[in-house]
Unconditional design. Structure first.
Length: 373
């Protein structure tokens, strides 16, 4: 295991809005446990983002927080947004804070693994045999496409009505780098990549296809590459999800398909993610880890949220930012055993059953960690 020799691992914690602070609290309990047991030590600093930052500073992301994020080894992110801020001008919405972080940190590769824990195979809305053993990885391009493309905005037409505009735009280089990440990941898995687009209606989709094929032929001949239209992929994800190994796709399709894939695992409350930037000269990447789910304002502050996606995001941080595979396994196994012991928050408890609270779910994970270290 990695030494706890006080190696400086600078982590910026941004709990955000809604259930963000509650689920992050459970992650921090694990961080403190690792510290107490001398498993690993992190230099943690905490800050505001999203609506919380707007309430305190009038902006969803201050320059100071952005600077901290850019100079940290990793960022742990909760969730942002909520009805409280929906009347604000668009640039001040909590989500803008997250999108600016992604862009400024150049976090172009968003890894969203959808793996089914055996104990949860019955919690999926699909039949057990369709999802048992499922293990797929969605690689979503995160800093381009229609989320950031220009022109964008709302125009007033000559008759006084309005026109909303967003633009899907991808340079070859943007496609190339995310396809490479997908191929590298596939090499550590089942060596299959499926590229998803709408090449039947969008020229940019055709460019995705051609670029993916070129990169695969030149540098990853050992990886099998296939293509699928996004609408078909949505259907295939609920029809036969185990056909996929690694999926690589644009920002918008990745957003949509990953929510769909999340439900296969039982609940949106289970899916972690890692957002990675380009490797620098020393091989290090800027990185942000966040659950795929949102801020769930309807249950915020009630101690009902499932903290597992956030806890599993922390495990991804150990694995991808700090090369601590053993410690990441510890956390993932603790989650697996807590679920096997029957501890469930409402989202995975099954209808009519009152689930555990956020804190109880966190306790269960800590109990399992205590058993093994
Ligand atoms: C996600 C979320 C975000 C996105 C929102 C909160 C901006 O849905 O990470 O999937 O659309 O990317
Ligand atoms: Mg989303």
């Amino acid at each position: 295991m990695a030494q706890s020799s006080g190696a400086n691992r600078k982590v910026l914690v941004l709990p955000g809005d809604g259930i963000g602070p509650e689920i992050m609290r459970e992650v921090l309990r694990i961080v403190h446990f690792f510290d107490r047991r001398r498993i690993a030590r992190f230099e943690i600093s905490e800050d505001l983002v999203g609506g919380a930052a707007y309430d305190a500073h009038g902006t969803p992301l201050t320059e100071a927080t952005l600077h901290k994020a850019l100079t940290s080894d990793a960022v742990l992110f909760g969730s942002v947004g909520g009805p409280k801020w929906e009347k604000l001008p668009f640039e001040l919405w909590p989500e803008r804070g997250l999108l600016r972080l992604r862009k400024e940190m150049d976090l172009f590769a968003n890894l969203r693994p959808a793996a089914v824990f055996e104990a949860l195979a019955d919690a999926s809305s699909l039949k057990r045999d369709l999802v048992a053993g499922l293990d797929l990885m969605i690689v979503r391009e995160l800093t381009g496409g229609i989320y950031f493309g220009e022109p964008r905005g709302i125009e007033i037409l000559s008759d006084g009505t309005r026109r909303g505009i967003n633009t899907e735009v991808y340079d070859e280089a943007e496609i190339e780098r995310v396809v490479r990440v997908a191929c590298e990941l596939a090499r550590k898995r089942r060596r299959r990549v499926c590229e998803i687009d709408k090449a039947n209606v969008m020229e940019s989709g055709g460019l995705w296809r051609e670029t993916a094929q070129r990169i695969r032929d030149a540098d990853y001949p050992d990886v099998e590459l296939s293509f699928m239209y996004a609408d078909n992929c949505a259907m295939q994800l609920v029809r036969a999800p185990k056909q996929f190994d690694v999926i690589v796709t644009s920002n918008l399709f990745g957003d949509i398909l990953s929510d769909c894939a999340a439900m296969l695992t039982g609940s949106l409350g289970m899916l972690p993610s890692a957002s990675l930037g380009p490797a620098d000269a020393s091989g290090r990447r800027k990185a942000l880890y966040e659950p795929v789910h949102g801020s769930a304002p309807d249950i915020a502050g009630k101690d009902l949220a499932n903290p597992l996606a956030c806890i599993l995001s922390f495990a991804m941080m150990l694995r991808y930012s700090f090369d601590m595979a053993e410690e990441a396994d510890l956390v993932e196994n603790a989650v697996r055993h807590a679920l096997a012991a029957g501890v469930r928050t409402n989202d995975i408890a099954g209808s009519g059953i009152t689930g555990a609270s956020t804190g109880e779910m966190g306790n269960a994970v800590l109990r399992e960690l205590e058993k093994v270290v």
